[in-house]
Design a protein around this ligand. Structure first.
Ligand code: NI
Length: 267
């Protein structure tokens, strides 16, 4: 099944034509779309959209590292309350992580917030949707420390996705040592002069990948620079089929299976 594992379709960018965007996604053969949350304000729009499309749209809960603000502890406490509700709709903890690309002013706070949300993954048995930019060393440290602290012998390995992976061969290999994790591949892989295809071919089996768009951002070629939407994930799949020398149908089958294995609540 073709699954877009990372799409912010509840955003204002889609306010006027979301139903057409979803129609185009269905027409393109996309079977499921996962919606990572961003901050406190995005929860209700996300839930309202997902509620209208059960079995197609699946929400997550989490606080994005670039959206911590000053009251992140309160925001996290309120989000965790939602995970305590029996029958909550969230399929994962996300979007969480570290981003030191533009702004390092909350260097330590970002790591603290991530550590708390990794605890949720253990406490509520949920996978993580991880955002990481210019921060892989710190990310790996936080994950390893939390796994050491929280994993019991009965626990299956921590699961999740390193979303929008676009790093080096060495970075790919390091992330893949987290055996319950997949790399999320989106529009960047189609960009001209991008080294990612070579990195994937050398270091990452298709069994460790999931498809994503990160809509409305990072539209793949030939839509580069436009608003991204879930239907465009087909361009990413086409590129992967060329990279790995397999049929597009096989890319859908393998990456779809990977996505559902990682996010079993979306089954
Ligand atoms: Ni995102």
């Amino acid at each position: 099944m073709c699954i877009d594992t990372h799409s912010h379709l509840y955003g204002e960018e889609f306010a006027t034509d979301i139903e057409e965007v979803l129609e185009r996604a269905r027409d393109a053969g996309i079977g499921k779309i996962f919606l990572p949350n961003i901050n406190a304000a995005s929860i209700e729009p996300m839930l309202s959209l997902a509620g209208k499309h059960p079995g197609f749209l699946y929400p997550m809960i989490g606080l994005h590292p670039e959206d911590l603000g000053d009251n992140w502890r309160e925001v996290l406490a309120a989000m965790e309350q939602r995970l305590k509700e029996p029958g909550h709709p969230y399929i994962g903890v996300g979007e969480v992580g570290l981003d030191y690309y533009w702004d390092r002013s909350q260097y330590a706070e970002q790591q603290e917030a991530l550590a708390i949300q990794v605890e949720w993954a253990y406490r509520y048995h949920l996978p993580l949707m991880i955002h990481c930019r210019s921060a892989q060393r710190e990310l790996v440290e936080v994950l390893k420390a939390q796994i050491r602290k929280l994993a019991t012998p009965e626990d299956p390995p921590l699961r999740g996705v390193f979303h929008c992976f676009s790093g080096s061969e060495e970075q790919a290999r390091e992330l893949l040592t987290f055996e319950g994790f997949k790399l999320g591949i989106g529009g960047v892989v189609t960009f001209k002069n991008c080294r990612l295809p070579e990195v994937l071919r050398k270091a990452v089996p298709l069994q460790r990948l999931v498809l994503e768009t990160d809509a409305p951002y990072l539209a793949p070629v030939p839509y580069r620079g436009k608003r991204n939407e879930s239907a465009y994930v087909t361009a990413v799949a086409k590129k992967l089929s060329a990279i790995y020398g397999v049929e597009v149908a096989q890319v859908y089958e393998i990456t779809g299976k990977n996505a559902l294995e990682t996010f079993p609540r979306a089954l």
